[in-house]
Ligand binder design. Structure first.
Ligand code: FAD
Length: 541
């Protein structure tokens, strides 16, 4: 590939949205360039960063699911984006390389007009089926088919049984999301991280018409009014001034995620003028802006949501808190490490989550909101009780609110070009908070029906309402940002940015409202559908 040679499609960002777009476009024979600012992660992709105990086993931190909790405790966390104020993965795979791998097949409500989708998107099954065919889910990730460390799932199931919940295999009935619980499902493969890197990236990378460039930062798209002519990168080996051109009918797809895709748009003169003016005042970025007469005013960054979430910490005599996952990097339990190294089986073949449950709540505004619960042994250290407690018997239930919430925030940039929430999106509507308090109360209400179960955070002198009302805002988020380039507001139903000829967005940012569960399954189905619409849209290469 010679410097400055043009591409049919330039895809920016190798998260789930970008990987699926790049794979399907290259499958269709297009000449595709995928640009990723970060480096490799799993062993198969050239990553090497792993724990000492796994040395020589061709396994990295990103391969071993049981190391998920160490993403937050490592002294050298090079995988987080250093210019985004919230957690975001900046390496091959994006969030799917550092996340807990919880994977939900989307229900119809995730693509309903009631959740903000155009009617042309509601028949998602074809695309969801394509995703499932490439990436199956499993709720028993250990290669021996057994489940490990399931005590917290058992105790919580007993609590939910007395509240009228029923047990299901969650991904066998995606539309059942009221009073159901089941084992956590993952996109892990053979006891290792799977996701879109192990599947879509692998097939794309084998094609001669596909080029992957990592450690390449995209600054902005280059455009002449509505026509995009290329992308500007920090790598001058890719073309003059680091600009990679498009073929005459070529297209750019932004897949940099809910915080970074808006930033690329601002830097390209697309968005609200307050954000573009910040770019204009930046010594490095300002000169790359198109003239003000060509700025495109769109509500980029508005309408953002993320699940508000509340942690409840319990103890029960049956629980193995697994040392709160604090030993798995340096000093794992020897039998568990040996079992994992031998056959990718055992505790370390799964991430920390063990059980999930859902319930629907009606609000005083006539709207329905869905609550999700997620259960795991151990607890985030900042939620450990100060009062004496049995630390080896601790587990956490996280209560999230998802589909149906009405709170919204705003994403933008500051003067140092860091992407950040300008308005945090949790509980801006008080009705969401009322429902959260009700949901948490419901979980806590009959803990006495489960002998030995004790709620330790909040403690017994704090009411649930006070606990939720006084919850630290910085802890309320869930890293599930959607909506900053919402379909219908920033992009049209083909995911093309309004008032442009050939600029598209395919990532979490176009999803108009929170899905019912952790979002990566919905994001991947969205990407499958988006790329099919882009390929079908006239005028392209
Ligand atoms: C800690 C954590 C845990 C999570 N757990 C789960 C879970 O268990 N289940 C679930 O469903 N979801 C989970 N999520 C959310 C999920 O991972 C994200 O919603 C998803 O990855 C978003 O996909 P995306 O394609 O929109 O963007 P991203 O995954 O963010 O990918 C964007 C990519 O673009 C690259 N990029 C950004 N800017 C540029 C630029 N200027 N130039 C070049 N490249 C660029 C980034 O490096 C990145 O690779 C979690 C997220 C986090 C952070």
């Amino acid at each position: 590939q010679t410097a400055g040679s043009p591409y049919d499609y330039i895809v920016v960002g190798a998260g789930p949205g970008g990987l699926i777009a790049a794979d399907r476009l290259s499958e269709a024979g297009k000449k595709v360039l995928l640009l990723e600012r970060g480096g490799p992660a799993t062993w198969e992709t050239g990553g090497t960063y792993g724990p000492v105990w796994a040395k020589g086993a061709n396994l990295t931190k990103f391969d071993i699911p049981g190391l998920f909790e160490t993403m937050f405790t490592d002294s050298n966390p090079f995988w987080w984006c250093n210019d985004i104020s919230v957690f975001a993965g900046c390496l091959l795979g994006g969030g799917t390389t550092v996340n807990a791998a919880q994977y939900w097949i989307p229900p119809d409500s995730d693509f309903a007009t009631t959740t903000g989708w155009p009617s042309s998107w509601t028949n998602h099954h074809l695309y969801t089926d394509r995703m499932k065919a490439r990436l199956a889910s499993t709720d028993a990730p250990s290669t021996d088919g057994k489940r490990y460390l399931e005590q917290s799932a058992d105790v919580t199931a007993r609590l939910l049984d007395v509240q009228g919940y029923r047990r299901v295999t969650i991904n066998d009935s995606p539309d059942s999301k009221d009073h159901v619980y089941g084992f956590t499902a993952f996109d892990l493969i053979k006891g290792k991280r799977g996701g879109p890197v192990a599947t879509y990236f692998k097939t794309a990378n084998a094609r001669p018409n596909f080029t992957y460039k990592q450690n390449t930062y995209v600054l902005n798209v280059v455009r002449n009014g509505a026509q995009i002519t290329g992308v500007k990168t920090n790598d001058t080996s890719l073309g003059p001034d680091g600009v990679v051109p498009l073929t005459p009918k070529g297209r750019v797809i932004l897949s940099a995620g809910s915080l970074a895709s808006p930033r690329i748009l601002f830097r390209s003169g697309v968005g609200p003028s307050d954000m573009i003016n910040i770019v204009k005042n930046d010594v490095a970025a300002g000169p790359n802006l198109p003239p003000q007469a060509q700025w495109i005013n769109l509500p980029v960054g508005y309408n953002v949501s993320d699940n508000p979430s509340i942690n409840l910490v319990f103890t029960h005599p049956s629980i193995d808190a697994y040392d709160n996952w604090a030993q798995v990097w340096d000093n794992p339990r020897p039998a568990d490490a040996a079992q994992y190294l031998q056959s990718q089986a055992g505790v370390l073949a799964g991430s920390s989550q063990k059980l999930n449950f859902w319930r629907a709540y009606g609000g005083s505004d006539g709207k329905t909101r869905w609550m999700q619960g997620t259960v795991r042994p151990g607890a985030p250290s900042r939620f450990l009780p100060t009062a004496p407690h049995n630390a080896s018997q601790i587990f956490t239930i996280t209560i999230y609110l998802g589909t149906g919430i009405t709170s919204r925030g705003r994403i933008g940039i500051n003067a140092s070009m860091t992407a950040l929430p300008l308005v945090t999106p949790w509980f801006t509507d008080p009705i969401d908070k009322v429902i959260m308090i009700q949901a948490v109360n419901d979980i806590a209400t009959n803990i006495r029906n489960v002998p030995g179960l004790t709620l330790v955070t909040p403690n017994n002198t704090t009411t649930i309402a006070d606990y939720v009302n006084n919850y630290d805002n910085a802890s309320l988020g869930s890293n599930h940002w959607v909506g900053s380039n919402a379909i219908g507001a920033v992009v049209d139903e083909n995911t093309k940015v309004f008032n442009t000829n050939n600029l598209f967005v395919v990532d979490a940012s176009i999803i108009p409202q929170l899905p019912v569960g952790n979002p990566q399954g919905t994001i991947m189905s969205t990407a499958e559908q988006a790329v099919a619409k882009i390929l079908a849209l006239a005028g392209g290469p």
